[in-house]
Write a protein that binds this ligand. Sequence first.
Ligand code: NAP
Length: 469
Amino acid sequence: MAKGKKQSKRASKNKVHDEQVIENTLVVVKEAADMESLAYAVRGADITEPIPLGVVPDLDIMPKTMRAWVIRRERHGEPMKSFQEEVMPVPDIGPNEVLVLVMAAGVNYNGIWAGRGEPISVLDVHKENYHIAGSDASGIVWKVGSNVKSWKPGDEVILHCNIESETHTTRTETPYDFISYDPMASRGQRIWGYETPDGSFAQFTKVQAQQVLPKPEHLTWEEAASYGLCYFTAYRMLITQAQLQPSEVVLVWGAAGGLGVFALQLCKMVGADAIAVVSSDEKAELCMELGAKGVINRKHFPNIMFKHGETEEEKAKRLEDMKRFGQAIWKILGERRNPNVVFEHVGEATFPTSVFVCSRFGRIVICAGTSGYDCVFDVRHLWMHQKRILGSHFANALECIRANELVRKGIIKPVLSHTYAYDEIPHVHQIMYENKHSGKMAVLVQASELGLKNTEEAKRAGKPLQARA
Ligand SMILES: NC(=O)c1ccc[n+]([C@@H]2O[C@H](COP(=O)([O-])OP(=O)(O)OC[C@H]3O[C@@H](n4cnc5c(N)ncnc54)[C@H](OP(=O)(O)O)[C@@H]3O)[C@@H](O)[C@H]2O)c1
């Protein structure tokens, strides 16, 4: 299909979905109008009912309960089963924490892991009997803890998902809590909305003050909610861990996925050549738009994926495809050159190929094992050519601040493929689970429609609740 045609097909698909979202949000606005009759006798009084979706109330309105999509142990399974809506208490905050009104939330694979309860149940990690997933959000600061000086109610923000050890900032409790070192080194490090129970698929969420970053003003609420987790992870992987250099070559698996779209942009920014790997021509086109040097469709290498228990014949076919895959890289580069860096997150299925094609002294940087975590590979390829495997996990606050500045300056852009309504949170995770998406997806929570960029626009559009004086 011609490039123009494909683009317009993708654009029209987005439009249809966006119209659907707007229809859904219109219902929300009608609901909000009904709710305006709620009697708030005294300005600032506690309200028992959740506020309606799609509205931004006055800052002094503090409901006791909120709407949230909740995972519970007995519902572990695929997203359509595991996510169910409930009315929950609005979380209390501690002295170093901030309560945020969620305007939009970003969709990530960790919501799928949390729902499935595999390989572990996150409920066993945080020990609560509920789990509100969601590790990306844009929103409005609603309330701050007594120690918080850097943020105030009304600030428009995004949230990063690294929770630092509370003890780390005050004292070392064990030899494993490192004061002044990278907070990712601390044993108390957690991912908000995955290893903690109060994530962003709710009207309110609580975070540590250090998780709060300024919202880039030029972005809509949904764009601002979409990039944090994946982009900051890709930033640490390539910039901090792999120390990517100009003119290096980077092989990016899942290049049109959440991590991949940011890896491609970071490579371009640094002046490195990215070779994108995808599974469809439509995704290939997106990768070229994001600055890839070339794209490999992995479907052209049907035997390349490792699986445990493969026969000798299957193994031989896999090795053959791995070699052909390496040659496809050379063809794109126009020379017999192997990638200096392999950007890995698929894990088990692709890891043997990643080690095989990586250059002498190259780095394989890995943050996940979507296809499985039991990686098997020929270690001779590693030691003989002195390659390094680098584990990486999200990012620290400094990396998030630096990476967010690049978004604020317009150097790195969110790649938001679709925005969904709050009611579609299980559905959107199911789409991701079935690998039917590209780029990032977001959902509206208190933003009533697409395209709103700040509190004023959101209040105007969403018929905000007025507290009665
Ligand atoms: N540790 C961390 O801090 C961290 C942070 C972010 C994400 N993650 C993890 O990283 C993984 C990817 O996240 P994401 O947001 O990028 O997900 P995503 O949007 O679903 O993208 C992943 C991409 O990987 C590719 N893929 C999936 N299965 C594959 C297979 N068997 N072989 C080759 N490619 C395959 C798919 O691309 P094609 O089908 O086009 O090849 C897909 O687009 C998830 O497991 C997530 O939990 C970890």
